[in-house]
Design a binder for this molecule. Structure first.
Ligand code: NOJ
Length: 579
């Protein structure tokens, strides 16, 4: 048993260390925003629900599950790209931004889905992939046909007469970020795969095209935009040589140039403020200052950003320490306490499953540890982003062989590791643990074939544990991850302190327990999360008689001078404060 004594803790809990004249955070009308109060569900459409038996999710499938979405208590859906695309990067290679990939359905299906969400009070966030297009987009086809083509300057070119271009790292292509096109005798830039040429944001026509696309969707009624890879939109287009090894810190070198802010202000003027929509940036730069420059309200750029520091913590099976985890969240919270707003997430389509990385996916602990992580996500300051399936505790899939992978990222990394003569067994072990394909397996609805996702052959293998982990099994079980998740969304919605309240970290050095308070005016809650598979005891007083808002175990003894948390126990206690 682990004992931890902290006098400060007692003082903070009773409010007695607070300065008499201390300002209390209150949610002013000016600061209150629907997208701050929202609970966002990220829906990967390819893997959600297939209705026509092609093994690929579709819009009618989402419509079929609208009541399910509503029952979760979520209030926003961010859907990954569903536009016309050759799907080399699962839709992040768009060949027509106004057309829907037929596998998902028609525009009428889209409208029905959007209406169905709106009828249920759910806002819709569109994924806008405009750092690059697909090489199959008509812009790139034209651009690469002749230097005189009207679209040539929509992309970045290095004319061959200048010699070889300076090295640029590509995130998906081990051969680098430039590719040669004979017809124009020039190299084009691609920060991602060869088939994802970077758009030239310096060209005002490109920017206008993007705003027109955004307006098209805003007119249709979407409520927000997620800007994919947007920090790379502005780059140094003189393309200087960068020092060897710079790619380890590529965001600093490749993106976040000052012009990015001019573009965002322009976008804000043209689109965001006109439609009362919000926009979130994928990536928040390399520093807090960068992040603030993207999202501070008085700058009129974006409303929200998400950084990668948490998901970067746990890229290998060695995992992470709770201390590091607390440091990341606490420092980001501190930096955004007064101004700006961030997303809170532990997984998405670019990452392995939350419970397999940050919790414990063994049959013994996966339920309680997912409940604990969901309690965390839904009790921090920032908009919680819940990835589909995490409301069930869906886990990683075991994929020890490279042949099982379909993802361009995994294949590119494998090729690079081979070229570098890496230890391929060790490489595969890390890939198996951290690959984003783990997070893309079909939604587990029930125990029927293919987890009820499709009647056909699923595009990606269903996790065999669907027989135990699925919606049908959890819906009627009051102790399931799903039931707990629903309770927790209700708790967040009923308690504005969980949205707007000040966050204060307690027990910073504790290796098993993450404890913090949230305070808003007279309201204060205490959150206790045991991140370990062992019992943990913390000393405290004065909890006796307080109201427990949520607890993923049946009991919690608050009578004595210490609290013992069961493995992965997660509790939120509403505290009486002394005003
Ligand atoms: C970030 C997206 O989240 C990821 O899935 C995609 O591969 C890259 N951007 C390229 O668009």
């Amino acid at each position: 048993m682990d004992k931890f004594l902290l006098i400060l803790f007692l003082l903070v809990l009773t409010g007695s260390c607070r300065n008499e004249v201390e300002q209390k955070t209150v949610a002013t009308e000016k600061n209150k925003k629907w997208w701050k109060e929202g609970i966002l569900y990220q829906l990967y459409p390819q893997s959600f629900k297939d209705t026509d038996g092609d093994g690929f999710g579709d819009f009618p499938g989402v419509v079929e599950k609208l009541d399910y979405l509503e029952s979760l208590g979520i209030t926003m859906v961010w859907m990954n790209p569903f536009f016309e695309s050759p799907l080399v990067d699962n839709g992040y290679d768009v060949s027509d931004y106004r057309a829907i990939l037929p596998r998902y359905g028609t525009m009428d299906d889209f409208d029905a889905m959007l209406d169905g969400m709106h009828e249920r009070g759910i806002k819709f966030v569109l994924d806008v992939v405009v750092n690059h297009s697909s090489d199959q987009h008509k812009w790139f086809k034209g651009a690469s046909s002749s230097r005189d083509n009207e679209y040539h300057d929509y992309y970045h070119w290095w004319p061959a007469e200048k010699g070889e271009p300076p090295h640029r790292h590509s995130l998906f292509d081990p051969e680098g970020g430039w590719d040669y096109v004979e017809a124009v005798d020039a190299y084009y830039l691609h920060t991602f795969a060869e088939v994802q040429p970077d758009l030239n944001w310096e060209n005002p026509k490109v920017r206008q095209e993007v705003y027109d696309i955004m307006k098209f969707w805003a007119e249709k009624g979407v409520d927000g935009f997620r800007m994919d890879a947007f920090q790379f939109a502005s780059k140094d287009t003189t393309f200087p040589e960068f020092p060897k090894g710079h790619e380890k810190d590529f965001i600093k070198w490749y993106g976040m140039r000052p012009q990015l802010h001019d573009y965002l202000k322009e976008m804000n003027n043209e689109v965001i403020r006109k439609y009362d929509v919000f926009a979130v940036s994928e990536g928040a730069g390399s520093t807090f200052e960068d992040a603030h420059k993207l999202v501070d309200a008085d700058r009129n750029e974006l409303q929200m950003a998400y950084h990668f520091e948490t998901v970067d913590l746990s890229r290998t099976p060695e995992g992470y320490t709770l201390k590091e985890f607390k440091d990341v969240f606490t420092s980001w919270d501190e930096s955004f306490a007064e101004e700006g707003w961030i997303s809170i997430f532990l997984s998405n389509h670019d990452n392995a499953r939350m419970v397999s990385r940050f919790g414990n996916d063994s049959p013994e602990f996966r339920t309680v540890s997912t409940q604990m992580l969901n309690t965390f996500l839904l009790s921090m300051r920032g908009t919680p982003y819940i990835y589909y399936g995490d409301e069930l505790g869906m886990t990683n899939l075991d994929m020890p062989k490279i042949e099982e992978y379909v993802d361009i990222d995994a294949k590119g990394k494998y090729k690079a590791a081979m070229a570098n003569n890496e230890d391929m067994d060790a490489f595969m072990e890390v890939l198996n643990y951290s690959s984003r394909e783990n997070g893309r397996t079909p939604m587990q609805w029930d125990t029927t074939a293919n987890a009820g996702f499709t009647n056909g052959t699923p595009w990606k293998k269903v996790n065999p544990n669907y027989r135990e982990i699925n919606v049908a099994a959890q819906e009627n079980d009051p102790n399931s991850v799903l039931s707990h998740f629903k309770k927790m969304t209700e708790v967040r919605k009923k308690n504005p302190v969980l949205v707007y309240g000040d966050y204060e970290l307690l027990l910073p050095e504790h290796e098993q327990v993450y404890a913090y308070t949230r305070t808003l005016g007279e309201d204060r809650v205490l959150v206790l999360l045991n991140f370990s598979e062992r019992e943990s005891t913390i000393d405290m007083e004065k909890l006796n008689g307080q109201n427990i808002l949520i607890n993923n175990y049946d009991d919690l003894d608050l009578e004595g001078t210490s609290v013992t948390l069961q493995p992965y126990q997660a509790v939120i206690v509403s505290m009486e404060t002394e005003s």
